[in-house]
Every structure is written in structure tokens, then in C-alpha cells.
Design a protein around this ligand. Sequence first.
Ligand SMILES: [Zn+2]
Length: 265
Amino acid sequence: MQEQYQRLRKLQHILFEKYKVQEEISEIPKVIETNEQVLERSKERYLEQNRRLDRAKDKLKSLKIRLDEAERTREGYEKQMDLISTQKEYEALDKEIKDASEKEQQLRKEILNEEKHIEELSSELEDSEELINSQKEDLEESRRQMEEELEEKRSRLQELEKEEQDLVVDMDNEILFKFERIIKSKAGIGIVPVKGIVCTGCHMQLPNQFVNEVREGTDYHFCPYCSRILFYEEEPTEEEAAEAAEEVESGGLSDLVNADDFDLQ
Ligand SMILES: [Zn+2]
């Protein structure tokens, strides 16, 4: 069994890293998705700005046509001035000319405004275009990085899977299946020592008889509380205990169990 425990502990490291790498591989494309969405929104904004610019240009065109008409109307009235004979006719025509001029002025003002508006829209459109180009470059760069990272992680995954295969080649399938599930659900720790009568995975006290069975080590034993595979670890010698205590002081180990606290019989 000792050899099996050793293998499981080795496998535990491999599986833990394997799951981590798999998780990372599935996370990587999400960064790209976010970048793609940002670019997509910029493109939509660009199209909307383009439509607004087209509408403004149409409006400018029709204003110019109306100005043209207003000018011709005024010129028509001015020509009639040569033909009038009475004061009353003069006053009436003079008013028409003034109205036509006013209309012309108004239209010229509107045209200036619209031209300014078009200039602003064009410059916004240019900015959007620049933004889109830089976002495209960013996206390309992210894609390139993603491919690199993915390749790296995939090859690491292959290495791990190879190591895993070598380790599990003659292991019991049912034990392996359980072990993998525990590792996934218990943050990578699937096999832990029993110290005294305590499972160091969940710190629960185990029945003496059960601990004895674990100690005999003739078969696999799963902690009844946390489901982890258990193996028995002999109490440290005084020397080892002193070393361990030092480690605790420096913040290394957290859960040493003092054998004196438990009756092992
Ligand atoms: Zn446990």
C-alpha cells in the first residue's frame, strides 16, 4: 500500500495541475470575446455616425437648392422693379424683395450651421475609424498571445496527461474515479495522512478501530467525513517534532496533532 499511497500523492499533484491548466485553457478565449465585443460596439457606433453624416449631407444639399430658389425669386422681383409705375406697386415689390432677402439670409445661416455640423461629424467619424483600427490591432495582438498561451498550456497538459497515464496504468479504476472526483471537489487534496486519530484533511476525529485499519494499510480507506483517501503517518520522533514545531512558529505547518492528546488503544 505504501507504494500505492506514494503514487496517489504524486498523481494528486499531477491532477491538480492538470485541472488548473484545463481551467486556464477554457478561460483564455474569454479575453478575446470581450475584445471582440468592444470592437463590435465601435463598429456599430461608426455605422450610426456614418448614417448621421449622410443625413446631414442630404440636408445641406436641399438647403442649397432652396437658397438657389430664394436667390432666383429675389432676382425676379428686382427685375420687376424696372417695370413698376406707382408708389403702391413699388412698396409691395419692395416688401417682396425684403422678405426674399431675409429668407436667403436665414438659409445661408442654416447652411453654415449644417456645414459646421458635417465637419464635426466627419471628425468624429475619423476618430471612430482610428479607434476601430487600434482595437483591431489590439485584438490581433491578443489573438496572437492567446495562441501562444494556448499552445504552451496544451503542451503542458499533454506532458501531465502522459505522466498521469504512466502512473495510473495498473491502478484500480474505481479508486481512480473516486480520487479524481475528490481532487476536483476538495481543492486538489485527495489523499491525506491520519495523525493520531485525526484526519488531517478535515480535522475530524476518526473511530479507533477505523484508524487501526488505516494503519494496517491492507486496503484503501476513505475518510467518512471528507471522503479523502487516508494513510497512516507515524508520529514524528522527538527530533522531527521539534523541527515541525519550528516550522509552525515560522508559519509553515498549521495542524500538528500531539499524540499525548489521544488514546490510541
Ligand atoms: Zn477527513
